[in-house]
Design a protein around this ligand. Structure first.
Ligand code: 3H9
Length: 714
């Protein structure tokens, strides 16, 4: 196997350069290269010291994530790191870019660490359902103390070089050329001593922590707050407990190995790694080549200064992109700008940004009442309420004012993008950008491809999504796109369960115990029960069975969180739901009026009906080609709808449960309620042929999708 570590010598110092683009993970070739080249440097009498760096812009991004769960080739990482730690020539890690996971663990096996100003360092294994298994749980506590190490490993959040220096993770920050500085650094050390420190010998901080139970108690509290339902954090804590209590470093390392294996074999690891690669795949569009040219986005406009418009504008400002916020009403505009400032102030109060930064981002957000101000923008995102006629009017106005290379985006959550492009002279520049509320917080961005959207526009918006720190996922222009279309079946089942005898808190508790961050009734209260009710009244439409209870609640003035009462009651200023026993007579009445006999419903039935409805609709969408890949739907649900990451998203969950089991259950449900269950033939075929929900087939035909637009009432 070819080694992926370059070797060169400058002034009797061997420079080992890990060369595994783009981010230098510790794949088998790197491990081979490390073992060979450390040996070579150690055997060469003329070599006085070693510098370890990464090629390109990264130091080492950790173990090779694609190797987990596969047969390991070449030397294992532990033996490579042992060679490094016991090298008879001193080693300095020259951290030239991200040093993450196994990358930081490698650096901690070196005698010294120096870094560029812009590098980040961290142990993010927990995000993959793993723990730092190359000595990180034993070495980091020895450097920064167990409490700080636990915080870093449970949050998985990297630190910058400045912080790393303060905490003692690195010895020096290079202000100039990293390699020149590393050479000077190691030569200086060699000139003054023959004994070079090893992290494994630094016992002071772990011994100091012995008998201090608070450290582990606080870590457990942090884990349950940040990482509910996850397996790895508890194991990280057990490893640090071993680091504190074991006298022998290698005994702690052995325990780390055992706990690492437990994480590796846990299904959460597979689920979370699926999401890691899924997130990166999601921004790729099958028929849009990587080298497609993109438009430069240097300034933006947002039409609408409400909750969504304000949140979207904040995203641009946070990314350093100046943005106009347009509203036709001066009072609305002033209110909207006030809310934006208030949001930033709250972030500053929580220590999430400095006051200085608040002023900086606010200076990038400019309010306007005039479309003329949008003239020289590169993209305008329309973010007014869901009314197709109003949106069409805005698009037509924008088309007259803005330059021909300005992208016209709509933040609709399900309306027809082609209807919007039909009113402009540049249909190829029209695209959907569906942000999720609160738009400055939620990571999901559904990018909706209209029939005419150009590849350049798609490539630009995908890139922009990343610049705005979002996870962009492509959807075809079908009703409800991916997320809301799937949600329809899920909330329908929740509403039916309520009619059949379950209570809102029972449904919510069952789904929250499954791992959903918010149950469906809490979610409906948050969104507002009155939206559908008002829309149906306006259009003089009959209320479908599933919405009858919400309808009655609205008739009694219960609109949800916005007025303190919906399925739950809310105290003023609080989002905490309190049971609303006064609603129960409404539930009984509506069930009775519709000839439904209420019954006891188990939590497992609640979870299966709601989650399998998501899966079934997901399979239909996949087969239609509305979504490019099964994993895209997982990314949508994890980043936009609070699906637990450790279950890997609904489609991965279906694969892990077994499609046959899912299909059998859906058939059982369909027998009892043929009106609301229509098993996806595609899902059924996959199950009977022993396959999984994997790569999406090409869309069978777009006509089918357009028919869905007519048939589905979102
Ligand atoms: C670990 O270390 C376990 C050990 O403790 C114990 C072992 C015994 N492996 O993110 P990007 C790919 S677990 C394989 O778009 P950026 C990525 O898929 C590891 N591949 O770039 C993508 O491929 P493609 C702990 C990896 O500039 C390409 O590289 N480490 C790995 O936005 C570019 O990635 C981590 O969790 C990897 N480790 O961000 C760090 N990393 O082009 C994970 C990336 O085909 N990595 N790829 O789509 C990151 O956080 C980011 O990639 C990084 C760069 C910040 C480094």
């Amino acid at each position: 196997m070819k080694g992926q570590v370059n070797y060169k010598v400058i002034d009797n110092i061997a420079i080992l350069e890990v060369d595994n683009p783009p981010v230098n993970p510790l794949s088998s070739g790197v491990r081979v290269g490390l073992v060979d080249n450390i040996k070579k440097a150690n055997e060469d009498r003329d070599i006085k010291g070693i510098i370890l760096k990464g090629a390109g812009n990264a130091f080492i991004a950790g173990a090779d994530i694609s190797e987990f769960g596969q047969k390991m080739e070449g030397p294992d990482l532990h033996s490579a790191l042992r060679d490094l730690e016991f090298s008879n020539k001193p080693v300095v890690a020259a951290i030239n870019g991200p040093a993450l996971g196994g990358g930081l663990e490698t650096a901690l096996c070196c005698n010294y660490r120096i870094s560029t100003k812009v590098s980040i360092l961290g142990l993010p294994e927990v995000n993959l359902g793993l723990l730092p298994g190359a000595g990180g749980t034993q070495r980091l506590p020895r450097v920064v103390g167990p409490a700080q190490a636990l915080k870093m490993m449970i949050s998985g959040t990297p630190i910058n070089a400045k912080k790393a220096l303060e905490m003692g993770v690195i010895d020096h920050i290079s202000e100039n050329d990293l390699i020149e500085d590393a050479l000077a650094f190691i030569k200086e050390k060699i000139s003054v001593t023959d004994i070079h420190p090893k992290v494994r010998d630094l016992n002071e901080k772990v011994i100091e922590a012995r008998g201090n139970g608070n450290i582990l108690t606080e870590a457990r509290a942090l884990a349950s707050k940040m990482r509910k339902g996850q397996f790895a954090p508890g194991k990280i804590i057990s490893c640090v407990e071993a680091a504190i209590s074991e006298d022998d470093f290698d005994a702690g390392l052995k325990k780390e190995g055992e706990f690492f294996l437990e994480c590796l074999l846990n299904p959460q690891r597979e689920a979370m790694i699926h999401i890691f690669f899924g997130e990166r795949a999601a921004s790729k569009i099958n028929d849009v080549p990587k080298d497609t040219s993109v438009f430069q986005i240097q300034n933006a406009g947002v039409v609408g200064s409400g909750t969504m418009g304000g949140g979207i504008a904040m995203n641009f400002a946070n990314a350093g992109i100046p943005v106009w916020v347009l509203d036709q009403d001066k009072d609305n505009l002033d209110r909207g700008m006030g809310v934006i400032r208030q949001n930033y102030k709250m972030m500053a109060a929580k220590g999430k940004m400095s006051e200085e930064n608040v002023d900086k981002v606010m200076s990038l957000i400019k309010p306007t009442l005039s479309y003329e101000d949008l003239r020289s923008t590169d993209i305008v995102v329309e973010a007014v309420y869901e009314n197709l006629d109003l949106k069409k009017e805005i698009f037509a106005k924008l088309d007259e004012v803005v330059g021909e290379n300005t992208i016209l985006a709509s933040n609709t959550s399900g309306l027809d993008i082609d209807a919007l492009s039909s009113v402009v002279k540049r249909p190829e520049m029209v695209v959907g950008t569906h942000f999720f509320s609160p738009a400055n917080v939620m990571r999901l961005l559904e990018v909706v491809r209209g029939s005419n959207t150009s590849k350049e526009v798609l490539a630009t918006v995908m890139k922009l999504g990343k610049t705005l720190n979002k996870v962009p996922v492509l959807s075809l222009n079908a009703p409800g796109f991916i997320g809301n279309r799937m949600l329809y079946g899920y909330t329908k089942q929740a509403n039916l369960l309520l009619l059949e005898g379950a209570l809102p808190h029972q449904v919510d508790n069952a789904l929250e115990s499954f791992g959903m961050s918010m149950g469906p009734f809490r979610m409906m209260d948050l969104v507002g029960l009155d939206l559908g009710w008002r829309a149906r009244k306006l259009a003089n439409l009959e209320t479908p069975l599933v919405n009858k209870i919400a309808h009655e609640l609205c008739e009694k003035g219960r609109f949800g969180q916005k007025n303190g009462k919906g399925f739950y009651n809310y105290n003023e200023g609080s989002r905490a739901p309190n049971p609303a026993p006064e609603n129960e007579e409404i539930y009984l009445k509506v069930s009775h009026e519709n000839n439904i006999t209420r019954r006891e419903i188990s939590d497992s039935e609640i979870v299966e009906r709601c989650i399998y409805a998501l899966i079934n609709e997901g399979a239909i969408i996949l087969h239609e080609g509305v979504s490019q890949r099964a994993a895209d739907m997982d990314i949508v649900y994890i980043n936009g709808y609070g699906f637990p990451i450790w279950r890997g998203g609904p489609m991965h969950y279906a694969n892990q449960t077994g499609l046959e089991i899912v299909v059998n259950k859906i058939q059982e449900f369909a027998k009892k309620d043929p009106d609301s269950w229509h098993l996806s033939p595609y899902l059924s075929d996959l199950a009977s042929s022993g396959k999984k929900l994997g790569d999406a087939p090409d869309a069978e035909n777009r006509k089918e999708i357009l028919n869905f637009r007519k048939n589905i009432d979102i």
